[in-house]
Design a protein around this ligand. Structure first.
Ligand code: SAM
Length: 468
């Protein structure tokens, strides 16, 4: 296949069509009325589908329930990059360094084992909120959201098995989707982006274990931000490029870098059903080897030589307090919480101010460690607070994959679901009084409390749908 076809590339941009794709959350299947099997699949994704047109996601309660994520199709190739470079059935620690709004993080979470940990980081404070919201909606407990600069991760030497750097870039790959981005593009900006990409990678590389996997991606076509960064990585760090297997019909272009023949994968919108994208995978501390070698020995453990070492404490202005988090949760409180969770035994409970958090037992030590080095914005599942022996449940618990099936719930029609999501008053014909879940197509939307003469709506105010 011709690697770059200028005429076809220009023509597809001139057409300006919009491709809409979603990735279904395998943990939240509910009883959906849409039959995914009728939809065209994204060829390199197990849960990705193209939609024939762009629906109003805002007015789809299934979307708000976190049952799918609207993600650009090319980006979903991260799944292949991960599956082909590491054994995902093993417990691993993954860092998604540039994570907001959470597309790659929700994808990674669906791929890793339940004993694995995902640290989903975003440096820009104002973007952490949407990241936390999307992670919360996804419902998993093994994700920790942090708000740190890449250099802060230097404190976690040799800690992660996988680091994903979906780098901020000059954005030429999204020109078709967002023609407004064209006016912001300049050669100078490409240079600035390349320098920033190098800075980010240099800052975070010490946190990758020897033998660990680095996945680097951009939505830029510029070689300075793609293949030249790959060459720079090989030169600066002992990384070996990994060659990935791609389906013949996928239309993805394999490139090799000028200096060190590093493999990269380019997505051109005239060749794939998706936007412009570049991705490359590397293994730390190893000379270039073909990924097919790894595939022959999928269970072979990565060579991890250096033990985890935490260097001097981070100098951050207001580190998260570990003190509050060590406050004991009493046996009585655990019993109250237990009736709300499907597998309470898998968690340890910690108090954070008045809230109780459920942390998967196997990542509790990691959390303690990470708290000493990073700003933790969200960890595990917030269960709620206990007041006079009653749990005031948190929204996170409602949307989590661990809510007990024995919790009372009311499944409602679309109009009632939308009223709820707008935080309006809703009506349900029942004698039941107390806390309950509101569901749509058996997918949880949030909490309600049924009182004598009304129903209180506990959908988070910040998330409510604003338009009618
Ligand atoms: N991975 C995200 C997803 O799939 O939803 C998209 C990430 S976007 C391409 C790049 C991210 O890098 C943005 O969230 C941006 O805020 C963040 N970023 C910007 N400058 C950065 C820097 N200097 N270091 C690390 N991240 C940065």
């Amino acid at each position: 296949m011709k690697s770059f076809d200028e005429d076809a590339f220009k023509a597809v941009h001139a057409q300006g069509g919009q491709i809409v794709s979603i990735r279904v959350n395998p943990s939240k299947t509910g009883q959906r009325t849409t039959n995914n099997e009728q939809l065209e699949r994204v060829p390199w994704s197990s849960n990705g589908y193209y939609l024939p047109e762009r629906p109003s996601f805002t007015s789809d309660p299934v979307f708000h329930a976190g049952a799918y994520y609207v993600q650009e199709a090319s980006s979903m190739f991260l799944e292949e990059a991960l599956k082909q470079s590491i054994d995902l059935s093993q417990p691993i620690k993954v860092l998604d360094l540039c994570a907001a709004p959470g597309g790659k993080s929700t994808l990674i979470q669906s791929l890793i084992s339940k004993d694995s940990l995902l640290v989903s980081n975003e440096v820009i404070k104002t973007r952490v909120r949407i990241l936390s919201e999307n992670i919360t909606k996804w419902g998993a407990a093994n994700v920790i959201v942090t708000n740190n600069d890449p250099k802060d991760f230097q404190r976690l030497e040799n800690y992660f098995d996988v680091i994903v750097v979906d780098a901020p870039c000059s954005g030429s790959g999204i020109f078709r989707k967002d023609p407004g981005a064209i006016s912001e593009w300049s050669e100078n900006n490409v240079q600035l982006c390349a320098q920033r990409q190098q800075r980010i990678l240099a800052d975070v590389m010490p946190a990758l274990k020897e033998g660990g996997v680095l996945i680097y991606s951009t939505c830029s076509y510029s070689r300075q931000e793609d293949e030249e960064i790959a060459d720079w990585l090989v030169e600066q760090f002992a990384v070996g490029s990994l060659q990935l297997a791609i389906g013949e019909s996928w239309g993805i272009i394999e490139t090799v870098s000028a200096k060190y023949n590093s493999f990269g994968y380019r997505f051109y919108p005239d060749k794939v059903k998706g936007e412009g994208f570049f991705i490359a995978a590397f293994k730390k501390g190893q000379v270039a080897e073909s990924i097919h070698e790894i595939k022959k020995h999928p269970s072979a453990p990565l060579r991890i030589s250096a033990p985890l070492r935490i260097s001097a404490p981070l100098r951050i202005s207001a580190p998260p307090s570990t003190k509050k988090n060590t406050e004991k949760v009493t046996a009585k409180e655990v019993a109250i919480i237990g009736s709300f969770l499907s597998n309470a035994g898998d968690f340890v409970f910690i108090k954070q101010q008045d809230d109780i958090l459920a942390i998967p037992a196997n990542i509790a030590d990691d959390l303690t460690l990470l708290q000493s080095a990073l700003y933790i914005k969200k960890a595990g599942i917030k269960i709620g607070s206990i007041i006079r022996d009653e749990l005031i449940p948190a929204h996170e618990l409602a949307g989590s994959n661990f809510i007990s099936p024995s919790v009372t719930r009311f499944d409602v029609e679309k109009e009632t679901a939308l009223q709820y999501l707008r935080r309006e008053e809703i009506k349900i014909d029942t004698e039941y009084k107390g806390w309950a879940l509101l569901t749509y197509q058996q997918l949880t939307l949030g909490w309600i409390k049924l009182l004598e003469n009304r129903i209180n709506n506990y959908y988070p105010a910040a998330w409510r749908i604003l338009n009618k």
